[in-house]
Design a protein around this ligand. Structure first.
Ligand code: HEM
Ligand code: HEM
Length: 164
């Protein structure tokens, strides 16, 4: 999107879709968190070592946090951009710039800084997602813990006490 050698109008479209899906990630994460905090989840499989529990939990917390932080930082990038490009989410919902940033005297510096943070955090979330998937595969294929199955709705299987 940023470097694609395409026409300005297509670039504009790509940015609009990027912002739309980024905002959708934000909304879905809020819904997911509301659900998560109001429901009981099965405990970790008992075979999990203490360091594995810590690694899994900290990766999960970081993924939740970044799914909220990334879109907010993206919004600050848009709000400080010199070109003052409007944002129309899914071609319907107008997303205004953050007022105090859009009129900030150090807008050029803030645009540089927020773009850098957005890019840097994109690397962090990509790395965490890879780590998260690698962890899941490790449990499934090396340790024999079916953590993947835990993503499915609770099974009514009495031999699976973790999934009551
Ligand atoms: C989970 C959500 C998001 C992820 C993972 C993400 C990821 C990225 C990535 C990888 C880039 C390319 C960085 C570069 O090459 O410089 C980028 C650029 C950008 N993103 Fe996002 N983004 C997200 C949400 C958003 C949202 C919600 C907005 C705006 C409302 C936004 C606005 C932008 C803008 C304006 C750029 C261009 C920055 C530049 O030109 O330096 N992003 N984003
Ligand atoms: C191929 C892709 C993926 C696979 C196979 C996968 C697998 C899993 C599994 C098996 C769990 C359950 C762990 C448990 O029962 O405690 C889990 C939890 C989780 N995953 Fe993924 N995941 C994937 C992609 C992602 C992505 C892209 C994100 C976010 C950007 C993500 C965020 C999370 C979070 C936050 C949890 C914790 C859920 C909670 O306890 O509230 N996952 N994932």
């Amino acid at each position: 999107m940023v470097w694609a050698p395409v026409s300005l109008s297509l670039k504009f479209e790509l940015y609009q879709w990027h912002k739309s899906f980024g905002a959708l990630v934000f909304g879905l994460t809020l819904l997911r968190l509301a659900w998560r905090l109001s429901h009981k989840v099965p405990p970790f499989p008992s075979a999990l070592k203490p360091w594995e529990r810590v690694a899994a939990k900290s990766t999960h917390y970081s993924l939740y946090a970044l799914c909220l932080i990334m879109p907010i930082v993206g919004w600050t990038v848009v709000s400080t951009a010199a070109f003052n490009v409007p944002t129309l989410l899914f071609q319907r919902i107008y997303l205004p710039h953050i007022p105090f940033l859009a009129s900030h005297p150090d807008k050029i510096f803030l645009d540089w800084l927020t773009s850098l943070i957005h890019l840097w955090l994109a690397g962090v979330i990509a790395g965490l997602i890879l780590l998260h998937i690698a962890g899941t595969l490790k449990h499934r294929f090396f340790d024999g813990n079916d953590v993947l199955g835990r993503m499915l709705p609770a099974r009514k299987d009495p031999s699976s006490p973790e999934l009551k």
